[in-house]
Design a protein. Structure first.
Length: 183
């Protein structure tokens, strides 16, 4: 795993020699070290994404991107990093577990391939057809109290507090009815 985080010079030379015909100077190795690190990170993310897709049986919306190395080839300094709004969104294991439970229930009304999720800053949605106008269920797991919400035709939410994630099963009829709206 250490080669993925900080590839050794021998490891970088192995890849560099396959794509670069010139003389391998230290400057060239430094440039290829950054490229190798980035390529290995992308490869690892793609493998994880493929595994998640096959495990869920559906498309996974996002995998954390590989951070871009500094363009000058030097290590990052302690300067302030500006985060974009999408960096602040973290899909938690509780949210993914809720998605799997809702998907298992909603499959009675909709094909599994039509059931997806989307995570935004304030809530996590289980959707039909990857369309935020077709919600099946919303999960609010960012605070101390976890609760779910059903959105009606008039966009009104009806919320229910969860003591534990398995409480979602108590709302199986409501989940099926919400999925049936989009069948």
């Amino acid at each position: 795993m250490g080669e993925f985080k900080a590839p050794s010079s021998d490891f970088v030379k192995l890849f560099t020699s396959r794509v670069y015909d010139g003389r391998l100077t230290q400057q060239i190795l430094d440039k290829f070290s950054v490229l190798t690190e980035k390529a290995l990170g992308q490869f690892l993310n793609e493998r994880i994404n493929d595994r998640l897709k096959s495990a869920l049986g559906a498309e996974v919306n996002a995998v954390m991107p590989v951070p871009e190395p500094p363009s000058d080839g030097t290590q990052e300094s302690n300067s302030e990093v500006v985060e974009s709004p999408s960096d602040l969104i973290e899909t938690t294991e509780d949210e993914l577990t809720a998605y799997r439970i809702v998907k298992a229930i909603a499959c009675a009304e909709l094909p599994a391939g039509r059931i997806t999720y989307r995570d935004v800053r304030s809530y996590f949605s289980v959707l039909a057809d990857d369309n935020n106008r077709r919600p099946i269920l919303r999960c609010y797991f960012n605070g101390r109290v976890h609760y779910i919400a059903f959105v009606d035709e008039d966009k009104n939410e009806e919320r229910f507090v969860l003591d534990q994630l398995e409480d979602i099963y108590q709302y199986a009829d409501r989940i099926r009815a919400a999925a049936r709206r989009w069948a």
